[in-house]
Each structure stands twice: as C-alpha cells, then as structure tokens.
Design a protein around this ligand. Structure first.
Ligand code: C2E
Ligand code: CA
Ligand code: CA
Length: 584
C-alpha cells in the first residue's frame, strides 16, 4: 500500500501543471489531505491517473485497481452515454459540475455531486475530479420527507399526505363505475383509555388499530392515521364495495386489543363515509363530510357506519346556524337561568339550587340546554356561555339571603372544555368578590366524562384551583359514564349526584336499589355526600331516605323554575319531605 502510494505520487512527477515544484507539492498535499474523494483522469484514455486516500476508502477499490481502471468502470451502464457527452464537453469547458451515480467496489451505487476541472497532468490533457457523496444527504431528505408524510406511531400515511392523495384522486377521472370514498374512523372512548390506563396503553391501542386497518385495506385502499383516535381510508371502487370495506373496517376494529398490564381494552370504532362526486367538491369537503358522518355514528354509540347524505348536510348546516345564533344570543340577552332546589332529605330544607340555562329564541320559542349546550361545546363558545352562566348565577344567588331568608348553595354546570379555560378560577373568584358571595356557597357540577378529561394537566389544575378557592365540586350524572365506584375515590369531589336513570328504578328494579345503596355507602366512606337526581315519586323519596341518601332533586320536590319562584319552591319542597316522612 505504502509503495503504491509512493509510486503514484512519484509518477505525478513535476505536478499537474508542470508550472512549479512548489505548486505541485501543495497540490499533492491537498489531494492527500482532502476528506473528499478526488482523482485525476486522462481526458483521452479516460484512465485514472491519480486517486487520493479518501477515494480509496470511500469507493473500496485498492489504489492499484483504481489506477488500472477507466472512469467508465465506476458508472452504471445506463449513464455511459451521458458520461461520454460530458467528457467531450471538457475539451471546450475547463469547469464542470453535476450530479452522477458512481459504483463502489461492492457494487452499491452512490449518488454524488461532482466538480471537475480541466488541467494538464504530466503533459497530458486531464481532468481533476472532486466527488461529494450525497447518499447520506439523500437518505436524510428521504427520511424527512417520510416523516412529513407518514405517522410515527402507526407507519401509515399522515393527515397531510392523506389530504394530498384525496386531492390527487379527485383531480383525475374516476375509473368507470367507481366512486371515490373517504372513510373516516374514530375510536370512541380513546380518551377514557388514556385517563384510566395511560398514554402507553392508548399508543398500543392506536398502533394495533393502525395494523388492523392496514390489513383491511391491503391492496384495495389507502389507510391513514390523522392523529389521536382518528383514522381514514381513501378508496376508489364501486359504491357497494366501498360500503363493504367500511363494514369490514368496523368488524376488524371492534374486537378488544390486548394491552400488556391491562388485559383487554376496547374502543368501539365509529365510521363515516363521504363519496365523490355525490358528496363533495374538494378534498377538504370530502374529509369534513366523512368526519361529520363519523360523528353521527359516534353519537349513536359507534360500532356501525354512516354515509354522509343531504339530510346530514342539512343537520350540519342547521347546527352551524344555531351555533352562530347562539353566539349572538349571549350578547342579546336571550339566555336566562332557571333554578331547581336540592333538598335535604332529613330536614326538608333547600340546601342548594342548580342553575339550568334556557334560551328564549325569538321566532322559535324556549330552547332547552340539551339542544344548544352540546353545540356550544364543539367550540370555545361554551367558555363564553359558561362565563355568562357563572356571572348570572352568582349574581342571583347573592340576593337569596335577603329575598328568601336562606342561602342555598348555587350549583353551576361546567363542561369539560371549560376546565381548559385558564381564566375559569379567576372568573369564579372575581364574581364571588363582586357579588359578596363566599366561594363555599358555590358548587361546580361536572359530568363523569369531564372528570375523565381531567387527565389533562391544565384541566386538573383548574379543578384543584376551584377547590382551593373553597368551591364545592360535584360529579354529575354519576353512573352513566365510564367511572366505576372504585374510581370515585381518586376524584377530587365533595358530592356525588346519582343519575336519574338509576333513581327511576328505585323500589321497582332491584339492581338500581343495590347500586344506589352501594354508591351511598362508598361515598359516605369517602366523606362525600350523595344527591339523587330526577326524583319523581314518593316511593323513590322513601327508598332514598331509607338508604341514607343525603339530598334529592326532582319534579316531585320542585321542577326548575325562574328565580322569582324560589321562595314558593322552597316551601313546596319542605312540605313534600314532611309529608313523605309522616306517611312512612
Ligand atoms: P343536568 O345537569 O343533569 O340537569 C338536570 C336536568 O334534569 C335538567 O334538565 C332538569 O330540568 C331535569 N330534571 C330535573 N328534575 C327532573 C325530574 O324529576 N325528572 C326528569 N325527567 N328530569 C328532571 P335541563 O334543564 O333540560 O338540562 C339538561 C342538561 O343540560 C343538564 O343536565 C346539564 O347537563 C346541561 N346544562 C344545563 N344548564 C347548563 C349550563 O349552564 N352549562 C352547561 N355546561 N350545561 C348545562
Ligand atoms: Ca347538573
Ligand atoms: Ca345530572
């Protein structure tokens, strides 16, 4: 090796240009020290005249082999014509640069960027070449491109690539008889998995779903992961086949997934389909319509698919209009609050009053919260609506001691999304200060699913902030969500409100009585109080009292009514409890 090297350098003799020994020495030093592969080739014979160490290392040919080859031998066959043309160009141009493919001794092909310079070498026309290997750069580029187009947890196309593919498919004519379908898949209750089993379990769920979806689509459709529990499929096929695919997606994603440490976890898939040209004009429309159909499927519990159609579009448009009208309604004073007493089952006294929002919509009439609160919850509108409710409920409650001679706690319903409002605690504190109401006279009611969402740290801090302020926290609609009795003890709550669905069966359905009994025992063991909702009959009231339930709310005691009727409601509730006690 050392000998070869000496002879090669020696052969260079009086240097590349023959101009001076000093130049020649400098040139050879540069060549030897260059980290980039360099060589000199004979412009007539195309043989290598000189190569540096970097070329030997990088290309894998021994120096002697290099010097026995011509530059055509390190090219793929199909590049030779282009090579000869470039070489011919060197008779005219002294400088050249371009991208080439070179072959290493092991046969692998390198992508290189080459700069070449025409010179004279030992009296012969020659070319000096510097090559920079682009393989790593290209690989990084490709990786980057992959990362911008594919999703790490599942390896599927991501939302960006999916939208591009849908757009591309829409731009070309569909094959005869085929429709273009976007199938949107949502995993219901993935949030619940996150909050009960944690992120790693949810990731396992998502990646298993990705695999199942990919298997389902293999060879006939493009699966994608849009993020979180949302997946999508792009399919071009006759409509019945698209429906068939959607059906098999539902079937494939329905079985539970085995997750280490958690046994089997289940997230029911909800699937929505939008078809082009029937449904949509562009990719964004198609994906939006499919999403909207998916939400419809999800609202009915999932486990099936819904095809987007004119009816759904009309419902979506109506929802959109209602949402806008509601936004205006807050400022126009069209909202009002009714109140419903929460009554102590021993004393018959009203210990709390729940505020329930209503919308007096001009030309429509009185609209109940079930018809507009869920709409507001889709956006930050709920935060504005919630702020309105807090302010008005607290203002009203501050008048009670003077007006009705009692100070029941005022309950305000909060949506999960309001817990994400960083101003919530301050809002409540400010309203309390403004109306001279102690925070302990306020109760925040949150549904079980809102508690499930408190896995989110910001939401948890808000909840903790409310309790630090002195606000009482109640879990609403208990029994309808995912939480088990065991879960309750981890919740930062003071009150458990049993959903009216269980109260309805008291005294008639044994299981309901057992459940309420168990909730009361567990809650009391944890120092929490229990309120039964939706009490409509004296039988229910009796059973509740027998089970040691603390308080009740319902039409039997007093239906929700405007605050002017509060005194009347309190009296009525007292009478009902006294009457029931006398009877039993
Ligand atoms: P909720 O918090 O469970 O409120 C109790 C609902 O049950 C009220 O319906 C009330 O009118 C009804 N109710 C009371 N007693 C009885 C009874 O004996 N039998 C029956 N069948 N129903 C009874 P409403 O006022 O229509 O409210 C529905 C839901 O809307 C509320 O359920 C609550 O989740 C939500 N909501 C109401 N106001 C607000 C609010 O200001 N903010 C938020 N985020 N949600 C609210
Ligand atoms: Ca409530
Ligand atoms: Ca409730």
């Amino acid at each position: 090796m050392a000998d070869e090297r000496r002879s090669a350098v020696g052969a260079a003799g009086d240097g590349p240009s023959g101009r001076s020994d000093a130049m020649s020495d400098a040139f050879h030093q540069l060549l030897a020290a260059s980290p980039l592969p360099m060589w000199v080739y004979d412009l007539e014979t195309l043989r290598f005249l000189e190569v540096n160490d970097a070329a030997v290392t990088h290309y894998g040919y021994r120096r002697a082999d290099f010097l026995a080859m011509s530059i055509t031998e390190i090219r793929p066959e199909e590049d030779l014509d282009r090579l000869h043309a470039a070489v011919a160009g060197h008779w005219e141009a002294t400088q050249y640069s371009g991208a080439w493919r070179h072959r290493r001794s092991d046969g692998t092909i390198l992508e290189v960027e080459v700069v070449s310079h025409r010179l004279e070498w030992e009296g012969r026309p020659a070319v000096l070449v510097v090559a920079r290997d682009l393989t790593d750069t290209r690989r990084l580029e490709a990786e980057l491109k992959h990362r911008t187009h594919y999703d790490a947890p599942t390896g599927l196309a991501n939302a960006t690539l999916f939208a591009d593919k849908v757009a591309a498919a829409l731009a070309r004519p569909a094959p005869d008889g085929a429709a273009l379908g976007v199938v949107l898949v949502g995993l219901c209750a993935l949030d619940a998995v996150v909050s009960t089993a944690g992120d790693p379990a949810a990731h396992a769920m998502v990646s298993a779903t990705g695999e199942r979806l990919a298997a389902c689509c293999e060879g006939r459709a493009l699966p994608a992961h849009l993020g979180g529990g949302r997946f999508a499929v792009l399919v071009e096929a006759p409509e019945p086949e698209i429906m068939g695919l959607a059906g098999s997606v539902v079937a494939a994603l329905s079985p539970p997934v085995a997750v280490t440490g958690w046994g089997e976890l289940k997230c029911v898939p909800a699937v929505g389909i939008a078809l082009a040209p029937a449904s949509a004009r562009d990719a964004a429309d198609l994906i939006r319509d499919a999403t909207s159909a998916m939400h419809h499927a999800a609202q009915r519990g999932g486990g099936h698919f819904v095809v987007f159609n004119a009816e759904l579009r009309a419902a979506a448009v109506e929802a959109f209009e209602t949402e806008r009208a509601l936004e205006a309604a807050i400022g126009l004073g069209e909202l009002r609050l009714d109140y419903q007493p929460i009554v102590d089952l021993q004393s018959g006294e009203t210990i709390g009053c729940e505020s329930l929002v209503r919308w007096e919509r001009p030309a429509v009439g009185l609209v109940g919260p079930d018809r507009f609160v869920p709409l507001a919850e889709r956006s930050d509108l709920i935060v504005r609506l919630g702020a309105w409710v807090i302010e008005h409920a607290l203002a009203e409650a501050s008048t009670w001691p003077a007006r009705v001679g009692a100070r029941p706690r005022v309950s305000v319903n909060l949506s999960a999304r309001q817990l994400g409002d960083s101003r919530l605690v301050a809002r409540v504190a400010e309203a309390c200060a403004a109306f001279g109401l102690p925070p302990s006279a306020v109760c925040a009611e949150l549904t079980e699913s809102a508690f499930v969402a408190t896995d989110d740290y910001a939401a948890y801090r808000t909840l903790a902030g409310l309790r630090e302020l002195g606000v009482e926290v109640a879990i609403d609609d208990f029994g309808t969500g995912y939480s088990s009795l065991a879960y309750v003890k981890h919740l930062p709550v003071d009150v458990v409100k049993i959903d009216r669905g269980f109260v309805a069966g008291l005294g008639t359905i044994a299981a309901d009585t057992l459940l309420v009994d168990a909730v009361v025992r567990v809650a009391h063991g944890l120092d929490m109080r229990v309120v039964a909702e939706g009490v409509e009959t004296e039988v229910q009231l009796d059973v509740l009292r027998g089970l040691g339930c603390d308080a009740a709310q319902g039409y039997l005691l007093a239906p929700p009514a405007p605050p002017e009727r509060l005194g009347e409601m309190i009296d009525n509730a007292r009478r009902v409890v006294a009457g029931a006690r006398r009877d039993s």
